[in-house]
Design a protein around this ligand. Structure first.
Ligand code: SIN
Length: 287
C-alpha cells in the first residue's frame, strides 16, 4: 500500500472511508493529513488494515498519547486494549456501546479519539452508527442555542437510571467487565453542554443518555424534558452515518463532536473488535 489518501465520504453529515493507506507505515506527514481529514469528517474508516494487537497500539500512538480508560477491564496480555466481544451463545443481552454515547464523557478529560478494529464479525449485522453533534447543535433554533450555550451538564460514570438499591448489573456480554461500586466513577463531573472543538473551533452538543444526569442548578425532573428532546434530536438520521464493518476495518472517531451506537442485532453470531483510546482535554465551553 502507498500512503496516498483516497478519501470517500460515506454520508454528508459525517464519516469517510479511507482506502490505500497502511497506517502502520504512515509517516508523520501523512498523519497530519489524516488528522485534517478527521477534523473534516469526524470519523474515518480505514479499510484493509492488517494489525496485530501490538500494531494497533503503535498506530493509536500515532494519533496521540494512549488513554487507558478506567472502570472497565482491559485485556490481560494487552493492557491498552479493551476486547469488545459478544459470543454467539450470548443472546438477549446488552452489548458494550449499545446506547448512544460519547466515550467516557464523565471523565475530567474524556478520550479525544477512539480506535476500533474489527477482528471477527457476523455475516450480517453488528453495524455501528455515528451522529454529528456539530450538525445537531447547528440545527437547533437560535433560542434553544442561546439557552444551552451557557449551561453545564452533570455527568457520572454510573449509566443514568442504573443507580440505587436493587439495581442489578445489566446483562452485558461476559467479556465486558465494568468495575462497579467505585466511588470515583460516581463522582459528579461538570462539563459544558455545548463544547467548542479544540481543532475546528466549532460548537458541538455534548450530552448523552448514558452519562448525563441533569443540568447544573436544575433537578433531574426539570432537566429531563430538555435532555430527552436533545437526545432524540441529536441522532436524527440526517446527522448520522452507518458503517458496515469488514474484518480489518479500523474506525477512528472523535468523541468531542460525535455520539455513537453499536447495533445489537446479531444474536447467534460472534463479534470481536479491539478498542483503544487517545487522551483528550477538559472540554471547553463557550463562557
Ligand atoms: C463502543 O461503543 O466503543 C463500541 C462500538 C461498537 O462495538 O460498535
Amino acid at each position: 500500500m502507498k500512503n496516498d489518501l483516497d478519501i470517500r465520504p460515506l454520508a454528508p453529515a459525517c464519516g469517510a472511508e479511507v482506502f490505500g493507506l497502511d497506517l502502520k507505515a504512515a509517516t508523520a506527514e501523512t498523519m497530519k493529513r489524516v488528522q485534517g481529514a478527521l477534523a473534516e469528517h469526524q470519523v474515518l474508516f480505514f479499510r484493509g488494515q492488517d494489525f496485530t494487537p501490538e500494531d494497533q497500539v503503535a498506530v493509536t500512538r500515532k494519533f496521540g498519547p494512549i488513554l487507558r480508560v478506567p472502570f472497565v477491564k482491559h485485556m490481560d496480555e494487552h493492557p491498552d486494549i479493551i476486547a469488545v466481544l459478544k459470543e454467539a451463545e450470548e443472546k438477549k443481552i446488552g452489548t458494550f456501546g449499545g446506547t448512544w454515547h460519547s466515550d467516557f464523557s464523565f471523565l475530567d478529560e474524556p478520550p479525544s479519539l477512539t480506535l476500533l478494529y474489527a477482528r471477527e464479525l457476523p455475516a450480517v449485522g453488528g453495524d455501528t452508527l455515528w451522529a454529528s453533534q456539530y450538525l445537531a447543535y447547528e440545527a437547533l433554533s437560535e433560542g434553544m442555542r442561546r439557552l444551552l450555550d451557557p449551561l453545564v451538564a452533570i455527568q457520572t460514570g454510573w449509566p443514568h437510571g442504573t443507580r440505587g438499591p436493587g439495581y442489578d448489573t445489566p446483562g452485558l456480554s461476559k467479556s465486558i467487565k465494568m468495575v462497579r461500586n467505585d466511588p470515583a466513577a460516581d463522582r459528579e463531573i461538570r462539563h459544558p453542554v455545548v463544547r467548542v472543538h479544540p481543532w475546528t473551533g466549532r460548537k458541538a452538543l455534548f450530552v448523552n443518555p448514558v452519562y448525563t444526569h441533569r443540568f447544573e442548578g436544575m433537578s433531574e425532573a426539570e432537566s429531563k424534558p430538555i435532555l430527552e428532546y436533545l437526545y432524540a434530536h441529536a441522532v436524527k438520521p440526517e446527522f448520522t452515518c452507518r458503517l458496515r464493518w469488514d474484518v480489518g476495518t479500523l474506525a477512528v472517531w472523535d468523541n468531542r463532536c460525535l455520539l455513537h451506537l453499536a447495533i445489537n442485532d446479531y444474536d447467534g453470531s460472534r463479534r470481536l473488535l479491539h478498542r483503544t483510546t487517545v487522551a483528550g482535554e477538559r472540554p471547553a465551553g463557550i463562557h
